[in-house]
Design a protein. Structure first.
Length: 380
């Protein structure tokens, strides 16, 4: 694979082929060495990738024809802006429109206004334009129904998982591929240390952004870990001193929450396995991993879902293609051999009903895309 900057939900990541390993990859700064290749390959068989050279099904052929037509209008609107900045704007949209049940990330707008002042001005002064933008992007005719709502829901859900973990005794929170994540500043608590892991350049940019926008006397700083984890292992990055900048030292014996947001589906199958393996190596029993994933049957084209083709083309046009999916029915068995126990995995309809009870679900226009899932696993 070539060097690709992969950015989703503000995740600024690096995806590289490692020397001497055909399927080794670094994504979100994660290290995927070839040392556990055999075990990873066996487990990765349960994760769906693009598949081999099989004869295309009728659905796949239809999907290809639809894609060719959609590209005529999707490409001009999707290839020019980095996804991390787009996601930052979308994360603030429901608040700006005063939508019922919107997320409470009140710092995202500060980051947006500093990085994209013109876009910030639009959000503050032209709500009618935001309504049009939302209707177009979430519309069943040309967009992906529920995608903006999903990003809002994901922010709310992960906020809740961080708060719940802290209430239940977790004393460390590690944000993998932190990007523009704001939880370390919004959800800080006495006795809890936050760690943000990202590539050196991204980490330095984030620190400068934070210093410009968030007063230190009001917003505690996390421990910033700037590391290219295609070269440094996760354990070395968390336990070493050379790439750390912040107040806290990582304690491998302490219960920890690892948040992996908008990342899993941008990794090849074997790399997904190595991601969970590498986290488990530094996660004490009782630690947790909270993540979201894409359904394998939709990713592979075996199942049609409203808006997925538009979404797939949108990120592909940015050089950030979806690379894998998971089967919800097989997640428990997939995680088990790596030392994880699935704690819970709410269905998309359950998430929508709990967070947006005022919204009606339909097959053509779901509240959130039915092909994404949230999940929490516990280290055993």
């Amino acid at each position: 694979m070539s060097n690709v900057a992969v950015r989703e939900n503000d995740q600024m990541c690096n995806l590289d082929s490692l020397p001497g390993s055909k399927d080794a990859a670094s994504h979100g700064g994660m290290h995927y060495s070839s040392s556990s290749a055999a075990a990873a390959t066996a487990t990765a068989a349960k994760v769906g990738g693009a598949g081999g050279a099989k004869k295309p099904s009728k659905l796949a052929k239809l999907r290809r024809k639809v894609s060719n037509v959609q590209q005529l209008w999707i490409y001009p609107f999707t290839h020019y802006k980095p996804t991390n900045q787009v996601m930052l704007c979308y994360r603030t949209l429901f608040q700006d429109l005063q939508e019922p049940g919107s997320n409470e990330d009140y710092l995202a707008a500060k980051f947006r206004d500093e990085l994209m002042p013109l876009r910030g001005w639009v959000h503050h002064h032209l709500p009618s334009l935001l309504h049009i933008n939302k209707a177009f992007i979430q519309g069943p005719a040309f967009g992906c129904p529920g995608i903006m709502t999903y990003l809002d829901a994901r922010t709310r859900w992960l906020d809740g998982e961080v708060q719940r973990a802290i209430r239940e005794g977790v004393t460390q929170v590690v944000v993998v591929a932190a990007g523009y994540d704001t939880r370390a500043y919004r959800l800080s608590a006495p006795g809890v240390t936050f760690f943000e892991i990202d590539l050196p350049e991204a980490s330095e940019s984030k620190r400068k952004l934070v210093e410009k926008t968030l007063p230190a006397d009001q917003f505690p700083r996390p421990t910033y870990i700037s590391a290219d984890l295609s070269r440094v292992s996760l354990s070395d990055a968390l336990l070493g001193a050379t790439c750390r900048n912040g107040p806290g030292l990582f304690d491998p014996a302490a219960r920890t929450l690892f948040t992996v947001e908008g990342l899993v589906y941008y990794l090849p199958p074997a790399a997904v396995t190595r991601l969970f393996e590498s986290i488990r190596q530094v996660a004490s029993p009782g630690s947790r991993a909270a993540f979201d994933f894409l359904h394998q049957d939709v990713f592979s084209g075996r199942k049609w879902a409203p808006g997925y083709e538009t979404l797939r083309l949108t990120v592909k046009n940015k050089g950030e293609p979806k690379r894998s999916g998971l089967d919800p029915a097989g997640v428990r068995d997939y995680l088990g051999p790596m030392g994880w126990r699935l704690s819970y995995m709410p269905k998309p309809k359950e998430v929508a009903a709990a967070m947006y009870p005022h919204r009606k679900w339909s097959k053509i226009n779901p509240v959130i895309p039915p092909f994404y899932n949230f999940a929490v696993a516990e280290a055993v």
